[in-house]
Write a protein that binds this ligand. Structure first.
Ligand code: F6P
Length: 360
């Protein structure tokens, strides 16, 4: 009987549990193999209690829950593991131990559910002889080789609801409301939500913005008789000739933490346009809670497809959504082309056509 490990790495995203459930059910009903859960991303392979037996009974009904029953770890990279040596914290390559552990456990392959960072670790383990199958996850929707990651649709719907709510209070108080949404390198959440909910200005990482231009946009809006405004800002947006804004510096293992750009834009607009502003940072509300029907539908199909690839020995591939179908692509190819908002694409064009300012 074949045996596969499944793990969820990086930040969580709504739909992770639906992937796990589908893989376990497909293993039981279709392929007659076993799936073992690995706790806390790759870390579970090095922890004493790092494995969780998974059965149809233990995954029953988990598809509607956010988060991941296996736990996730942002810093769990076996190629760069923080350990204490002689009272000092040092970073060590523990990938050899992980490879040995996978062999000891008799795992035929790992099903790795994650974004770019986690999938890159899977690719590196593959180069050390581990069989892997990738499943693309992130609310940012920025993994290459697929049109959609699960988690994005849920985050998008939460952001749209937030903008709708900000709209009514903006109107009541005649204020410019700013909403900072997630999106480190890609502005899909900001663009899609801003377009869907009627934002006046959308700032995304792919389009460095001009401070003077957005002030001009708000001034002309006020001059046109509109007394309120809605600005949606990706956390990763940055001004022309400026840097992204961080709330915390990075360290040996973690990227710097983004946050604060919307507040900087708000301060500038207050100063330049004599308007009252308020800033909301949507944060992890976008990542938590119940997945939408679309995300469950996609995640379930991804989980079943990943198990199919593993069970038929098609390793080194990532499941992918293209033109309404779940298919698969080489993992290496997906990682080579991270996805960004297409500035020539129809969503950006529609935004410009209907008068939304992108800050350029
Ligand atoms: O990768 C998705 C993401 O939501 C990014 O947009 C964001 O910068 C990051 O995760 C934050 O993750 P955490 O708070 O878990 O470090």
């Amino acid at each position: 009987m074949k045996k596969f490990g499944i793990l969820t790495g990086g930040g969580d995203a709504p739909g992770l549990n639906a992937v796990i459930r589908a893989a376990v059910l497909a293993a039981e009903h279709q392929y007659g193999c076993e799936v073992v859960g690995i706790r806390s991303g790759f870390d579970g392979l090095l922890l004493p209690n790092g494995l969780v037996p998974l059965t149809p009974a233990s995954v029953q009904d988990i598809h509607s829950k956010g988060g991941t029953i296996l736990g996730a770890a942002n810093r769990g990279n076996p190629f760069a593991r923080l350990v204490e040596r002689d009272g000092q914290q040092v970073v060590e390559d523990a990938s050899g131990e992980v490879v040995t552990r996978i062999a000891e456990l008799g795992l035929d392959a790992l099903i790795v559910v994650g974004g770019d960072g986690t999938l890159a670790i899977a690719r590196d383990l593959m180069q050390k002889g581990v069989n892997v199958v990738g499943v693309p996850k992130t609310i940012d929707n920025d993994v290459g080789g697929t049109e959609m990651t699960f988690g994005f649709d849920t985050a998008l719907n939460i952001a749209v609801e937030a903008i709708d709510r900000l709209h009514t209070t903006a109107e009541s108080h005649q204020r410019v409301m700013l909403l900072e949404v997630m999106g480190r390198d890609a502005g899909f959440i900001a663009l899609h939500a801003g377009l869907s909910a009627g934002a006046d200005i959308i700032l995304i990482p792919e389009v460095p913005f001009s401070y003077s231009l957005i002030a001009e946009e708000i001034r002309s809006r006020l001059a046109g008789g509109y007394l309120d405004g809605l600005v949606v800002v990706s956390e990763g947006a940055r001004p022309l000739d400026g840097e992204q804004v961080f709330s915390r510096a990075g360290d040996l293992l973690a990227l710097p933490r983004l946050g604060g750009i919307a507040q900087q834009v708000a301060a500038w607009l207050e100063q330049e346009c004599q308007v009252e502003t308020r800033t909301t940072v949507l944060g992890h509300i976008q990542r938590g809670g119940t997945p939408t029907a679309f995300d469950r539908w996609l995640a379930t199909r991804y989980g079943a497809a990943a198990l199919r690839l593993a069970a038929t020995g098609q390793y080194g591939r990532m499941v992918s959504y293209q033109q309404g179908r779940v298919t698969d692509v080489p993992l290496e190819e997906a990682l080579g082309h991270p996805k960004r908002v297409d500035l020539q694409g129809d969503a950006v064009r529609a935004a410009r056509d209907i008068g939304i300012c992108l800050g350029d």
